[in-house]
Design a protein around this ligand. Sequence first.
Ligand SMILES: [Zn+2]
Ligand SMILES: [Zn+2]
Length: 420
Amino acid sequence: MDRPETTFPLDAPIAAAARAVEPRVVAWRRDIHQHPELGNREVRTSALVAQHLRSLGIEVREKVAHTGVVGVLRGGRPGPVVALRADMDALPVTEEVDLPFKSTVRTEWNGMSCGVMHACGHDAHTAILMGVAEVLAGLRDRLPGTVKFLFQPAEEGAPGDEEGGARLMIEQGCMDDPKVGAVFGLHVTSNHPTGMLGYRSGAMMASSDELRVFLRGVQTHGAMPWRGADPIVVGSQVVVGLQTIVSRRLDITHEPSVVTIGVFQGGNRVNIIPDEVKLEGTIRAFDEGQRGEIHAHVKRITEMIAAAGGAKADVRIRRGYDVVVNDPALTDWSVPVLKRVAGDSNVGIVDKVCGAEDFSFYQKVVPGFFFRVGCTPPDRDLRTAAPNHSPRLFVDEACLPQGVRALATLAAGWLSGPHA
Ligand SMILES: [Zn+2]
Ligand SMILES: [Zn+2]
């Protein structure tokens, strides 16, 4: 990986092919946008993807991790295997952007009726990767190796108790046969203007774990608290106690982290002290060691505060997504490629994000590089651009051909570059 390239023979044909496929990428994106599907329910989307890949002569495996599609494009010459990933799922959000292809799809979510929207831009990711497949299939004779296309369901999390997403794709063999050597992925973001590509070496996005605490006290009359053990008072102390983990226990000069309680439930009447209180929250970290420390502190602080108040604590932490860590060597190799695609001044280092991404699981198997693609029209104010997951997220379609070029050039370059 120490052979920096300044030119690459496939740059020009990839750029031309990306331009040629642009109208279709836009059309796919609009079609997918108008027909969004929630995680593990991407039936229509994955059928569209599978049909397109087959039409290009790409080997297709369907129903991977429920609704995922894995495509294998074997190049004209032998070589390593590179994987490109796009997520396909939408969110239970009611669209407020006034587009001719606005989503009017509705669903039931947590017992309530709501809309479905590609509020995280995964419609753009899917359309971009379909475009990349077309570009690279047209150049297959010149590819020294194999490109694997990972169209992944349920990045936002599988519904209910279902399994899903990157973890299940890997369990079901998407990184094997043929064995993948590196993985690339992108995400559109309204934090940056169209034309900008952002990256970060090392930790880029946080791990995300769910916290559930049940505090069992002793029910009593609100006028006679001494006859019971009040889980509401204990719960309040636990909330405050947990805030001392980041502020007092962790070396914040190493990495930032977050502990948030988002749910505090208990009681149903002004003068009754309830038996039990439930707390729920989220834990974000950028370092595996600190993530483990936080878990231990959460357990100890909660149990000891509960014991001091005469209550019992049941602490449950469900590990969610791992930290998105861009392999430093692969990042060093990828950045010049992005600069060839976007221009030197349009590629920059971005801040860490406390959001999570299950792209991290692929990066645990092989070196991976995840980057951001700006999608806010340059004439709009970035400070007021609606963020990802907003009902008002707006994706400037001018970012699509850039995404196609970036992923296609990374894949073709990686097959020919570090391994040549
Ligand atoms: Zn999202
Ligand atoms: Zn997303």
